[in-house]
Design a protein around this ligand. Sequence first.
Ligand code: GTP
Length: 204
Amino acid sequence: MGEEEDDNIKVTLLGSSGVGKTCIIKRYTENSFDPLNQATLVSSFSQKEVDIDGKIVPINIWDTAGQEQYRSLGRLFYKDSRIVILVYDITSKESFLDIKNLWYNDLTTYGEKYTVTALVGNKSDCYEKEEVEEKEAREYAKEIKAHFFLVSAKTGDNIELLFTNLVKEYLGPEFAAKMKEINNEKRKNEKISNKVKQKKKGCC
Ligand code: GTP
């Protein structure tokens, strides 16, 4: 359980119950939002193809249950994860303290293969009820060397950007440079083929 069955990049979301992990995944994979979403039992998994500069990269996204009784089981799912997203709810100080006191410790203890981490404050649409200051969260993200994003699964704000940026980061700068080269080459070929077509048109 929790072992990668294929070459897809494994991404896992961690955080306390109710922070919106399932809703973030549903917004990203189905572009939908359920205001009455039920708590996850143990874990679930979704697939998505990420378009990185024209190259399709398949990822597996694992949703873990935030409830205390499932915490130890969740470890099986992120142990071999390459990208881990730590989620808190900006309207709940407790959920942010849980990242500091529980989830990040768990990750550093049991995560074996992660190379990219993000700290994500969800429910940015509820900023008027904010209990966690962005500045404090950003500083903590810096301390643990995590990328930082404020998102809203409800409005979709920054959700696409979150996943795309993390996958790009995981693939590394060489990949980005290679993609640029491929795209430039593609554009050059398109230009040549357009010129050839135009010339042919001229003859007839
Ligand atoms: P567990 O499965 O128990 O670990 O919870 P979870 O982190 O997966 O939370 P879930 O996605 O089930 O969301 C919990 C509640 O927060 C639901 O009622 C959602 O509708 C609500 N919610 C999730 N994301 C947002 C958001 O961006 N904005 C607002 N306003 N509500 C949200």
